[in-house]
Design a protein around this ligand. Sequence first.
Ligand SMILES: *Cc1c(COP(=O)(O)O)cnc(C)c1O
Length: 793
Amino acid sequence: MANMDLDLANMSPEAYDSYIEQMRREQYPMLKDTLYLDHAGTTLYSKRLMDRFHEEMMGSIFGNPHSASPSSQRSTQHVDNVRLALLRFFKADPERFDLVFTSNATAAIKLVMEAFREQSEGYWYGYHVDSHTSLIGVREAAREHKCFESDEEMELWIACQGQETDQRMRLLAYPAQSNMTGRRLPLDLCRRLRRTAGGSGAYSLLDAAALVSTTPLDLSNAEAAPDFTALSLYKIFGFPDLGALIVRKDCASLFLKRRYFGGGTVDMVACLKEHWHVQKSGTLHEQLEDGTLPVHSIMALKAAIQTHSELFGRLEEVSQHTARLAKQLREILASMRHANGERVAMIYKSEASDYSDSTTQGPIVAFNLRNSKGSWVSSTEVEKLASVKDIHLRTGGVCNPGGIAQSLGLAPWEMRENFSAGHRCGSENDIMNGKPTGVLRVSLGAMSTMSDVHRFLGFIEEFFVDRSARPHAPSALQSCLRQRFHVESLTVYPVKSCAGWQVPYARTWEIRKEGLAWDREWCIVHQGTGKALSQKQHPRMALIRPALDFKAGVLRIRAPGTTEQLTLPLSKDPSHFETEDFAHRDASVCGESIKAKLYTSSTVADYLTKALDVPCTLARFPAASADSPSTRHSKAHLQRSDRAADVPRQILLSNESPILTISRSSLNRLNEQIKAKGGKAAHPAVFRANIVLAESPLSPPGHERPWAEDEWKSMRVGGVDGPVLDFLGGCRRCQMVCIDQASGERNQEPFVTLAKTRRFEGRVLFGVHTALAAEQRVPCSIITAGDAVETFV
Ligand SMILES: *Cc1c(COP(=O)(O)O)cnc(C)c1O
């Protein structure tokens, strides 16, 4: 391999960067078109690592360790070797330290918590405000706990430890690097604590999960080292999914009171008549590693350590390289301005850190964006655009509640209020009371390059920097033209998120309170969770074609790549059904629980499971009753918001409405814009509308009225006696409109162009939510493709 001849340690930064750029083409083929910026979540695994692991596994048998067979002996030996190699990776002397394999850093932290919980007087627990939730959780088993809101507070506490008369055990925990801001905390606090406490029962727990991803951790001085160090190994190597706890052997006795035993951690157990056991008395890891070790993962770890050093050199090189990238990213992001001079990004950074100093700052940038008027851009919006551009970043609370509250200035009462107003970790509504509730986080890793940094900055520039004075606002000009439109086509989606079925031309169709007849009458639900599947996660759903056959009285469903189809009765009349075919169960749509009848027939389940490659089956919504006309779906959750001067009305919470209407003229305009940039025009099917309105084909060219629907309040269809439908507001769009409804493939358009031309207060709008108006003069509301439409503003 070429890089084995390269002296990675003595390369110039530019040469190292271009080396990585070249090397990753071969070693990280999955990065081809992708910009991956979530290395703090997990970094990536190389081709060489996977090949090497594969080769080792195929080369010999690795059995369950601790028995006499050759395959078992081989495993035991390998585990011992890898344990030593990993200790050496951190320069930890095996005489002074032991290493316990765990499933992740959280499990490592939990082991420490379990040991302290068993101490006779309980324990006192102090943790730094920058802690990950995994450290914060340790407080729940403590007699008393304290969150240090600053370094000074924590240092003061450390300084007082000499005079401490408390006999109780004390545990001090902090992250070596904040997983939110990337700030690196001083490592020598552990040494200082050991010095002041002088054996009086105060211990240190260092959460190094984020730090070691891009930086060496040197435990060669056992006197200065933390008592417990928790690690996530996949954050360094990308694979395997393992964690570890490194323990100073001086503290081993703390674990003696541990009560649980099982699998590998016990020498002898009696359970007939007498009940006693003898815990393993050997090394600490023997006492703590319950059950069978993840032997094969540990095997992979050996390959991971070797490959990492071949591809990247030492972690010192990784550290310098990523620090340089992060510094550039932060500098340019911080300097970005809108045309009116307003700042684009608010970057969250601790005063104690400096992007020029890798001992105080890691390669993470946490920020939020503002528009040119100074209001916050919703991170959901950023995420949607990033995802069409194949950019992977992290948004939200990033498991760091203290860091978030401090950076965003959220007081406890505000967090409570947001929580009661429905905000949850990962929820869509991320701006509450005008303040963001989370952050955008980009994090770099060993295989990141300067080209990644520039591609990311280009993305921010393209979508979030306002070069003009004002965004496009719909004009009020169109208001007088009331009768130029007609219903071009009607489509229903019998199975939610699957392909549409076009209502034949001139066929009358019933409109109900909850929508067009037969629209979203069925849904496909996950067999494990009962959640309704959506096209967002399962683009192949677009290819599942339901068809209504009223002559035969059946719904036919055809999946791609098969000549077979499902045929199900349209009737809900029990005589048409085998009642055993149904089981009542709660299903949930968009996280909301609804009552749906599940088909338990294995033919139905097998057919759909095969088509989508997820365990799923079909469910049918019960008929809407008179007293609760809209029990179906989340259709009941429409909210009207007031109409701001130049902004189309919006619906806040719903992602579904009874009926969705789009205008052919608006679509034509959008497609002109897409084509002008060389993009592929959007097919109307991607918008999954129920009603497509079009202007008269006789109107002269250039006289179309695109975006007229922004102004409309209602419409009457089919003449003066026809039903009236209300427009409830613009339909908020996401990257789902990029799924080609014929092939199931994802594209960038039309979302990219929509986001540039149709973004209002952070919401990308296309089409209007529509519902039957409350008062109708006619008993039964009917719509027909071809109907004339009269619009009202
Ligand atoms: C990732 C991370 C954790 C949690 O690690 P797991 O491996 O998911 O348990 C804890 N602390 C910090 C600082 C982290 O970055």
